[in-house]
Design a protein around this ligand. Structure first.
Ligand SMILES: [Fe+2]
Length: 385
């Protein structure tokens, strides 16, 4: 996140003595990415952040692949993913490759008994249903329906839900998740033509410091395994921090759509970028206003990217038989386009209330066993007349 942010108390000069009120020194930690070249934050801890007491058993949570090489367009009924109490157990990876794992989760309970970090991947959680607070060692972020939460790799967090009715689309990205470069100037500031700006971000707030010793269970996802470590001090023991590497939120409802006289291509909806996929937000907007405009998209061949669309709310103009929580997969190699009837039906319409999240990957996605369980199995024939 290219905005400088700080919370709590920090010493005037980095890497210098920072004394506790009752004697002793705080422990400084650099939390950085891409070696020492990416964004980083400096945090100050009550205790040494390195005190591991025990290493327990590791659990294999790697996705189970059902279709390694896929050519079929598919439709998944996302709300058929069964709710589970535990946040991590509720996650079901559906479409995966070496760059990203896309999945759904319907967790019922807050994470209170352990702490979690993903050591390999930045996580994007899109909140379709539910509200609560993301709690991290760099501060808390309240979230609600429509929020993207971007959690950089290595960030220790817990998640607190207000109710048991929660639905989340998630992406674990093995490449850093950034805002699109073309919307930022040389200094990282978002430019005037960007569909969002710095004011739209939910930055961490309400830094809480826990000065506690004991046994603190940390679940660390790394290389397809969920490792379980016991730390000797509370992981949220930061008294202050500053820098650029921290979690943040962004509401899809704050995305300002870019429209035109004729149909605008999907990149105008882009919200995030990585080295291996993009994330786009399709939001309520006015349709194209050329007198002969066709608001529905043209057929297109995404020859070198797989397209995943997650339908959130409203009517999706170019699709039939689609409801909230559905996912469509249009794989590379074959064209796709509006369903029969929707192309002509879109002519003359003034606007749309559709709300959807799109994830386009540059490498093909594999279909997991979890995904096949909620696959309608006949979507690829849905364009037949
Ligand atoms: Fe498409």
């Amino acid at each position: 996140m290219p905005i400088y942010h700080k919370l709590g108390k920090i010493p005037q000069k980095r890497h210098t003595q920072f004394e506790k009120p009752d004697g002793g020194l705080y422990y400084e930690q650099l939390f950085g990415t891409i070696g020492f070249d990416g964004m980083s934050s400096l945090s100050y801890h009550v205790h040494r952040p390195t005190q591991v007491k025990e290493i327990g058993e590791a659990l294999d949570v790697s996705p189970k692949i059902a279709v390694e090489k896929n050519i079929a367009s598919r439709k998944f009924i996302g709300f058929d993913v069964a709710p589970k109490d535990d946040f991590l157990e509720s996650r079901e990876p559906l479409l995966v490759n070496n760059d990203v794992h896309v999945g759904l989760a319907a967790p019922r309970k807050s994470v209170t008994e352990y702490f979690y970090k993903n050591a390999d991947a930045d996580e994007m959680l899109f909140i379709h249903k539910g509200s609560g607070t993301l709690k991290t060692f760099l501060g808390n972020i309240p979230f609600e329906y429509g929020d993207y939460l971007i959690i950089p790799r290595g960030m220790i967090y817990q998640i607190e839900f207000d109710t048991e009715d929660n639905r989340i689309l998630y992406a674990e990205s093995f490449h850093p998740i950034y805002t699109p470069k073309r919307y930022r100037n040389w200094f990282g500031q978002l430019l005037e033509h960007s569909p969002f700006c710095e004011r739209d971000y939910k930055l961490p707030q309400d830094l809480q410091t826990f000065d506690e010793k004991g046994e603190f269970l940390m679940k660390i996802k790394k290389q397809g395994m969920l490792h379980q470590l016991v730390y000797a001090t509370h992981p949220f023991d930061v008294v202050g921090w500053d820098g650029y590497n921290y979690p943040y939120g962004f509401s899809i409802h704050n995305f300002e759509p870019i429209t035109g006289r004729v149909h605008q291509p999907p990149p105008v909806h882009q919200t995030f970028e990585t080295g291996a996929f993009v994330v786009c937000s399709f939001c309520p907007r006015l349709y194209d206003y050329h007198p002969k405009a066709i608001p529905a998209p043209y057929n297109h061949s995404n020859i070198d990217s797989d397209e995943v669309l997650y339908y959130v709310d409203g009517d999706f103009m170019s699709r039939t038989g689609i409801g909230p929580g559905y996912i469509s997969l249009h794989p590379a190699g074959i064209p796709h386009g509006p369903h029969p009837g929707t192309y002509k039906a879109s002519i003359g319409k003034k606007g749309t209330e559709e709300l959807a999240v799109m994830i386009d990957t540059f490498k093909p996605l594999q279909v997991t066993e979890n995904a096949l369980k909620i696959d309608d199995g006949k979507y690829y024939k849905s364009w037949l007349e």
